[in-house]
Design a protein around this ligand. Structure first.
Ligand code: 3PG
Length: 251
């Protein structure tokens, strides 16, 4: 049986258009909207709120209500209860560090687009068997880099697999991940470090977002959509290229 892919194309395109997603652990829900606003003003259109605090669902709810323009996802979803809470709060997508079929099944049942974490081809086979095509590559910076990711992805490229590399990535290490053909969007906490959030330094968050957005705009483009589309997914659809071609600043 072929399962319906969990990430709708418009959602994947939205992530690709942002290029980067800020991973943030928010302790105080009153900080939620200022964080989202600062990132959005700096040019980052996606945020992942981690379920590492008891108030994570409330944080997502506040962002959905107060800064609806940003794509707000839920991270560190470790079990069914997390998935259900994220969905009820209005999360646009969910991410996990590992590949747990029980959590994937919960996300499918709820209708939450979900990216499990993978670091090996075996993880990928499990994720694909459960209908996941967008995968968190974790812990990206402690693995062998974008070329290793592309090598691992090659046997699966015809299935349209795309990655969210996360884990230890910084502004300095961002460009090669952005240039990696099978990468949809690069995530990390470097955009909104905990100490910056704790001192409510929204100007620094905005500046971090601006610097990342500059690199997203500068990422290399293929000569044509079809050329890179063929490299990524022979004969198939390449959401990153479509998203780039939709981006007004690339027109
Ligand atoms: C996480 O879940 O913590 C993300 O992968 C972000 O990792 P980072 O803090 O190393 O950027």
């Amino acid at each position: 049986m072929t399962l319906k892919p969990m990430f709708p194309d418009p959602l994947a395109e939205r992530l690709a258009r942002s290029g980067v997603a800020a991973v943030v652990t928010v302790e105080n829900p009153d900080d939620a909207a200022p964080i989202a606003r600062a990132l959005l003003d700096g040019g980052v259109g996606a945020i992942e709120l981690t379920f590492r605090t008891a108030r994570a669902a409330e944080v997502i709810r506040r962002i959905r209500a107060e800064v609806p323009e940003i794509l707000a996802g839920a991270g560190t979803l470790l079990n069914r209860a997390h998935v259900e809470a994220a969905m009820a709060a209005g999360a646009g997508f969910g991410v996990a560090p590992g590949c747990n079929p029980t959590t994937i099944a919960a996300a499918r049942e709820c209708g939450l687009p979900f990216a499990p974490g993978v670091m090996t081809p075996t993880d990928m086979e499990i994720a694909l068997e459960h209908g996941c095509r967008v995968l968190k590559y974790f812990p990206a910076s402690h693995l062998a880099g974008p070329s290793a990711l592309e090598t691992m992805a090659a046997p699966f490229a015809h299935l349209g697999v795309r990655f969210l590399p996360l884990g230890g990535i910084t502004l300095a290490s961002l460009p090669p991940w952005l240039a990696s053909p099978s990468v949809l969007c690069v995530g990390g906490s470097w955009l909104a470090p905990r100490e910056v959030v704790q001192r409510q330094d929204w100007a620094t968050l905005r500046r971090n977002a601006e610097l990342a957005a500059q690199l997203v705009r500068a990422r290399p483009l293929a000569d044509s959509a079809s050329e890179l589309g063929e490299r990524v997914h022979p004969g198939g659809y390449c959401p990153q290229i479509r998203a780039r071609s939709l981006s007004p600043d690339r027109a």
